[in-house]
Design a protein around this ligand. Structure first.
Ligand code: PXL
Length: 433
């Protein structure tokens, strides 16, 4: 998916468009950028601000919109009224998620919007927003009202919603000691609490709004998106790093689970003739966290890898809990052999079993006809039962487990490994001949 960040440049890459691209990228999104302003800043000081010439701003917008399908937009620092109006004109007819993060001041206290432009931000951009994400200070600044308790918080949120955004998210409010709360005004009110971190870091707000956009563009509900964005921002603060001499920079640790699985899926799709190996129920490819407890600890594809003519395409996104069946098999395998954390399912074909064996892989199988009735009736329990049963006789993990199907059940092969790369290597050996 392509997401566009419209905002200012921060040379420290802690906030602004640089930070957004990092956040998008860590969530496997492609980040496009349209620059509104150039700022000079580092982790201790703020320097000069230079708005981009209007002609160049328009030109950037024209160039990204004429080339890319854009699945969502985040608007950050806009600085002046002309910039606001140009953006408004370009995006007013779009029906994609738009997050407006009303940037007022930097962490170091510098005004990042002209006073005269604040009303235009409200009048032109708020009505286009699927969500606006002011922090407590910004919410107070925009409404001219103080937030002192839950009641005043609600009033401030309602006042902001009257300015036209579909949803209002107010971040970083301290309602309870030691906790930090995010407040969502949607079809109803939600409050999300997280333990307060002591770190003062730069970029957490940008991480919040850009991850919020990502989750909304993926089709998640607003309340789920806010909860996930809170978590994303919280983790980014927890992982913040002292890179310059001043404040730390908030950013996510590189999620190797995401990138390793993503790379393996990409390479799987490129295997010649691989569409012939996709079963009727399609293919999933999973990678589990260490010591998974539930399916939610296992990363999979929310859709599947599907046949598209002679090639295959990944439909959906990588998500924890994205796979049910292949993940259930992996979870069961991991209980006995904790080193096994990745798996893929492929079409059952005799030649594939022969190829697995020819390559020296250990192949196990179970008979679904022997499955007790009580298991069959419970959705998702069959695989768990099958894998558990078959593993009873194994002291080392098999490379593949298959069953030959049953009434109404498609036969299936699942190939396992320690990592997606190892699984892919096995797949490559048996299918590239
Ligand atoms: O964190 C808000 C923000 C957004 N965009 C730019 C910034 C800042 C804060 O400093 O500099 C360009």
């Amino acid at each position: 998916m392509n997401l566009l960040s419209i905002g200012g440049s921060d040379p420290s890459s802690g906030a602004g468009i640089q930070s957004d691209v990092k956040a998008f990228s860590s969530l496997e999104m492609y980040g496009l950028t349209v620059l509104t302003t150039i700022t000079s800043q580092n982790t201790s000081r703020f320097g000069l601000i230079h708005p981009i010439p209007k002609k160049i701003l328009k030109n950037q917008l024209d160039f990204v919109f004429s080339d890319f399908t854009i699945d969502g937009i985040k608007i950050g620092m806009v600085y002046d009224s002309e910039i606001i109006k140009i953006i408004h004109n370009k995006i007013k007819k779009l029906s994609i998620p738009i997050v407006v993060d009303p940037i007022i001041k930097s962490t170091t206290g510098k005004m990042l919007i002209k006073k005269s432009a604040v009303n235009d931000l409200k009048n032109y951009l708020f009505p286009l927003a699927t969500a606006v994400t002011p922090n407590k200070f910004e919410a107070e600044f925009i409404t001219g009202k103080k937030i002192t308790n839950k009641e005043s918080l609600k009033k401030v949120a309602e006042k902001i919603r009257e300015m036209g955004p579909k949803n209002v998210v107010i971040t970083g409010v301290e309602l309870k000691k030691k906790y930090i709360s995010d407040f969502l005004l949607a079809e109803k009110i939600y409050v999300f609490n997280r333990r307060k971190l002591k770190t003062v870091s730069h970029g957490s707000g940008c991480n919040y709004s850009s991850s919020l956009l990502t989750f909304m563009a993926q089709g998640k509900s607003i309340s789920d998106s806010v909860k996930l964005a809170q978590n994303f921002a919280w983790e980014s603060i927890k992982n913040s790093q002292k890179l310059g001499k001043g404040v730390t920079i908030a950013q996510r640790k590189k999620n190797t689970l995401f990138s390793e699985l993503s790379e393996a899926i990409n390479n799987f799709s490129k295997i010649r003739g691989i569409s012939k190996e996709i079963p009727e129920c399609q293919t999933n490819f999973v990678f589990s966290k260490k010591y998974p407890r539930t399916l939610k600890d296992i990363l999979g594809i929310s859709g599947r890898i599907v046949k598209t003519g002679d090639s295959v395409t990944k439909i959906g996104n990588l998500e924890y809990g994205g796979s049910k069946h292949v993940a259930a098999a992996t979870l069961e395998m991991n209980k006995k052999f904790p080193q096994i954390r990745s798996a893929i399912n492929v079409k059952f074909q005799k030649r594939t079993i022969t190829n697995l064996e020819k390559n020296g892989f250990i192949v196990a199988s179970y008979d679904r006809a022997k499955e007790p009735k009580s298991i069959k009736s419970k959705d998702g329990h069959s695989i768990k039962w099958g894998v558990k049963n078959v593993l009873k006789d194994f002291k080392t993990p098999p490379d593949a487990i298959f069953h030959k199907g049953y009434f109404g059940k498609e036969p299936m092969i699942i190939i396992f490994g320690t990592t997606p790369k190892v699984v892919l290597d096995k797949v490559s050996k048996i299918f590239i001949n």
